[in-house]
Design a protein around this ligand. Structure first.
Ligand SMILES: *[C@@H]1O[C@H](CO)[C@@H](O)[C@H](O)[C@H]1NC(C)=O
Ligand SMILES: *[C@@H]1O[C@H](CO)[C@@H](O)[C@H](O)[C@H]1NC(C)=O
Ligand SMILES: *[C@@H]1O[C@H](CO)[C@@H](O)[C@H](O)[C@H]1NC(C)=O
Ligand SMILES: *[C@@H]1O[C@H](CO)[C@@H](O)[C@H](O)[C@H]1NC(C)=O
Ligand SMILES: *[C@@H]1O[C@H](CO)[C@@H](O)[C@H](O)[C@H]1NC(C)=O
Ligand SMILES: *[C@@H]1O[C@H](CO)[C@@H](O)[C@H](O)[C@H]1NC(C)=O
Ligand SMILES: *[C@@H]1O[C@H](CO)[C@@H](O)[C@H](O)[C@H]1NC(C)=O
Ligand SMILES: *[C@@H]1O[C@H](CO)[C@@H](O)[C@H](O)[C@H]1NC(C)=O
Length: 534
């Protein structure tokens, strides 16, 4: 019987420590910006870009290919990498393809030779560290894998698994069917089709002790700086803090839920230091797909109340598990707004490879397009946008040690707009996203966040403006473009917006000016907006 309702204090007491001991390193991770790589799909060893890719099979990306092409990532301003799992996986082709992605482990003590040699991996880590970038490695703790013939229960040859080479280390077979029943989704086997994901009995001392020994060695052997814990929600609660503690590094544990209490309990009970922020993910997506930005503002407030450290959450709009943003709506202005929120929100920005190329793949595996298809185009509009936003964030961090620890404040939120101020006055970044799309009308909005007469630059358009006597600036909206403002002095020496023009109304794009009806709608939501100025 699971004890998933056990309190955090009891867990901490049982394990002999208070909270997650890697909290200090959370500080380091909070100021980073993560680019997520799926090794098989990032770069070929020879750097060529015309290979075709069968989406369910290995396509040939390697650690060496990534190492040879780190400039593409660093030139976008990222300061950390998250890579797909590194240990040996099944070799077989199954009814659901091969283990190109790395999530089907068979041997925790061998590196995956499909991605290169041990030397290749060590060289990659050394080069990242030489560039002052951190490495987060994705790890699988929920299961070990074996191909099977789809006859249930799966007949697994446990002797082929290392180190868990006996049935006694696993839960008896049952299929996860009840996604609200934690005993079911933690003890049963995920997705039993083509591949048997034999579910580890992580609640047993033998399995937990071995996992903890393994992760301590893996982190030490390869100088890993952080972990993403795959399917963290599918192992028992009590396993997690011991594992994180044993690793000695910061972790983002995957807890797939849009409910603040369900997600945040992992943090407030001290089970995990951080999680990818699925709360914002769902609302950010819906705001650009017929929903409202007020809902994003609300979930942000709920998350801030339910979690005890939203700064340690990973903000994202795409990852390898979810349909690409552009698969739902490929309007470029919307993608720019989503990217702006991801990079400038509180928390650790996490951008999945191909997002900066506006890839449009739908569900798995189509959301895992090989990046070489883009020819690594550094002129792509979302690539240049990401570079600017990372530069702005990195500059804010450099200018002020208060930037990261200061949670951003809502300046304005209505159904179409969400404006926030991050950082302390003098070094702040004011940004506004909207969901009007590239068909958006032209209009002006007054927004605060500055001091009277401040000289301000809108960095995405390189336009200058001066704050009025109340510290407000006029945003000249049009074509649905996002906005990000800093003091002119903030940009000194950065190379950002070396040429600027005075800001002015955006010529109307023919989609129609702000109508009286829209004005009234805006007026009607002022009440909501005021309620959100928390
Ligand atoms: C969050 O709560 C956990 C468990 O009580 C605690 O260990 C941790 O230090 C807290 N984090 C912050 C930032 O307060
Ligand atoms: C975490 O990282 C910081 C910054 O690199 C470092 O100074 C600190 O020693 C680390 N803390 C622990 C507990 O390892
Ligand atoms: C397992 O359950 C899922 C529903 O969660 C179902 O789609 C699938 O067919 C089941 N597989 C087996 C082998 O029973
Ligand atoms: C939850 O799932 C477990 C394992 O499948 C099952 O034994 C139990 O009856 C389920 N509980 C409820 C309340 O349905
Ligand atoms: C770490 O390195 C040691 C020494 O080479 C080796 O015995 C051990 O198996 C390695 N552990 C892992 C998890 O790679
Ligand atoms: C933006 O929000 C409005 C109001 O909620 C909604 O009607 C509209 O469909 C949203 N736009 C997009 C592109 O989803
Ligand atoms: C790179 O992107 C830019 C901007 O979208 C485009 O003009 C150019 O043709 C692209 N180059 C290649 C080689 O695709
Ligand atoms: C200043 O901006 C805030 C939003 O940040 C807005 O509520 C207020 O009405 C603006 N003031 C003026 C005078 O327009």
């Amino acid at each position: 019987m699971r004890t998933s309702t056990i309190g955090g204090a009891a867990i901490a007491a049982a394990l002999g420590f208070a909270g997650v001991a890697s909290a200090a390193n959370a500080t380091e991770w909070k100021s980073r910006s993560i680019y997520q790589v799926m090794i098989d799909r990032y770069a070929l060893t020879d750097g060529s870009t015309d290979a075709t890719c069968e989406m369910h099979e290995f396509c040939g990306g390697t650690w060496r290919g990534l190492l040879n092409n780190l400039d593409y990532i660093q030139d976008m301003g990222f300061t950390a990498l998250q890579i797909s799992p590194i240990v040996k996986n099944i070799d077989e082709d199954t009814a659901v393809g091969t283990a190109y992605h790395g999530y089907w482990p068979v041997d925790n003590y061998a590196l995956n030779d499909k991605y290169g040699t041990e030397q290749d991996f060590r060289d990659l880590v050394d080069e990242l560290h030489r560039r002052d970038m951190l490495l987060m490695v994705d790890v699988v703790v929920n299961h070990m894998a074996q191909a099977f013939d789809n006859v249930v229960p799966p007949k697994v040859d446990y002797s082929k698994l290392n180190p868990f080479d006996d049935e006694k280390y696993f839960h008896p077979y049952c299929n996860v069917t009840e996604w609200e029943n934690s005993t079911n989704y933690q003890d049963c086997w995920l997705y039993p089709y083509g591949i048997a994901l034999a579910d580890l009995a992580t609640e047993t001392t033998e399995v937990a002790d071995e996992m903890n020994k393994w992760i301590a060695e893996l982190v030490a052997n390869y100088s890993i700086d952080g972990l993403r814990i795959d399917a963290a929600k599918h192992v028992n609660d009590e396993f997690l803090p011991g594992f994180v503690e044993a690793s000695g590094v910061f972790s983002l544990g995957e807890v797939l839920t849009g409910e603040p209490d369900d997600m945040c309990r992992y943090q407030t009970l001290g089970l995990l230091p951080g999680m990818p922020n699925y709360l914002d993910f769902y609302k950010l997506n819906s705001a650009f797909n017929g929903g409202s930005l007020v809902d994003l503002a609300h979930i942000r407030n709920s998350g801030a109340t339910a979690c005890n450290d939203t700064l340690a959450l990973g903000t994202f709009i795409e990852n390898h598990d979810m349909p690409r943003f552009a698969s739902m709506n490929d309007d470029l202005a919307l993608a720019k707004n989503a990217m702006t929120y991801v990079l400038l929100n509180d928390g650790i920005p996490t951008v999945y490879q191909g997002q900066e190329q506006h890839f449009k793949g739908n569900g798995t595996p189509f959301n895992r397009e090989p990046l070489w298809d883009s020819k690594y185009n550094k002129s792509a509009p979302l690539y240049t946008l990401t570079a600017t936003l990372n530069m702005v964030r990195n500059q804010a961090i450099k200018l002020s040690s208060d930037y990261i620890p200061t949670p951003s404040k809502t300046l304005w939120a209505d159904i179409n707009h969400f404006c926030l101020k991050k950082g302390t006055s003098g070094k702040q970044v004011v940004f506004c996203i909207n969901n009007k799309s590239s068909m958006g009308d032209s209009y002006e909005v007054s927004v605060g966040g500055f001091q009277p007469n401040d000289e301000v630059v809108e960095v995405l358009g390189c336009k200058t403006t001066t704050a009025d006597a109340t510290g407000n600036i006029t945003m000249y909206m049009g074509r649905g473009e996002p906005k990000a403002y800093v003091l002119a002095s903030f940009l000194d020496g950065t190379g950002i917006c070396e040429q600027t023009n005075a800001d002015a109304p955006v010529p109307d794009n023919g989609a129609g000016a702000l109508t009286a009806a829209t004005s009234m709608l805006l007026a009607a939501v002022v009440g909501t907006a005021v309620a959100l100025l928390a």
